[in-house]
Design a protein. Structure first.
Lengths: 110, 113
């Protein structure tokens, strides 16, 4: 089993739609969790950290379920500019090593 | 003001050559990393340095040698380049604590012919 697994997609949604991505992780001792966004031929950029109680940043909501070992990202009112690859990122042991999922591609269409 | 900068942006070279990629960060972070993103877009950690000390060395051929002259710089030297080394190499830095996010450079696209 991979340390961090994501549905690769692609997800094709119309503008204004709500879309959700899930990510599972294998190490129950994982300490910290993030969602990154990567545009085509660009570097990954932090979208948001994921906190135990869940957190929201504008149209984006992140949730953590430790019992089931998954995190989720919800995007409301999708914009064309949300088209990108979304990377689930986990720090499995509290050290310096950070594991990236393979990413989920999102296409938002007019 | 670029936070993490790496050079060159593009590198095209022939098999068997030796090449270097340089990375510098001005964020005052203690920890720097090299990641490789292959053609399937999977990002894999290669090395990490914390305060100039090597702390992560994943299963990477010893043709790859990182060097950190100070905590703001982390360079990557690759000997005897092979076709399979073609990828995008990203440098990153973080504050070093487990809950600190990574800040990436804009990548070096290496093509080995």
């Amino acid at each position: 089993r991979k340390e961090v697994e994501q549905d690769p997609g692609p997800f094709n949604v119309p503008e204004g739609a709500t879309v959700a991505f899930n990510c599972t992780y294998s190490n129950s001792a994982s300490q910290s969790f993030f969602w990154y966004r990567q545009d085509c031929r660009k570097e990954p950029k932090l979208l948001m950290s994921v906190y135990s109680s869940g957190n929201e940043d504008g149209r984006f909501t992140a949730q953590l379920n430790r019992a089931s070992q998954y995190i989720s990202l919800l995007i409301r009112d999708s914009k064309l500019s949300d088209s990108a690859t979304y990377l689930c990122v986990v720090n499995p042991g509290g050290g310096f090593k950070t594991i990236f999922g393979a990413g989920t591609r999102l296409f938002v269409k007019a | 003001d670029t936070a993490v900068s790496q050079t060159p942006k593009y590198l095209v070279t022939q098999m068997g050559n030796d090449k270097s990629i340089k990375c510098e960060q001005n964020l005052g972070h203690d920890t720097m990393y090299w990641y490789k993103q292959d053609s399937k877009k999977f990002l894999k950690i290669m090395f990490s340095y914390n305060n100039k000390e090597l702390i992560i060395n994943e299963t990477v051929p010893n043709r790859f040698s990182p060097k950190s002259p100070d905590k703001a710089h982390l360079n990557l030297h690759i000997n005897s380049l092979e076709l399979g080394d073609s990828a995008v190499y990203f440098c990153a830095s973080s504050q070093g604590q487990y809950n600190s996010p990574l800040h990436f450079g804009n990548g070096t696209r290496l093509t080995v012919t």
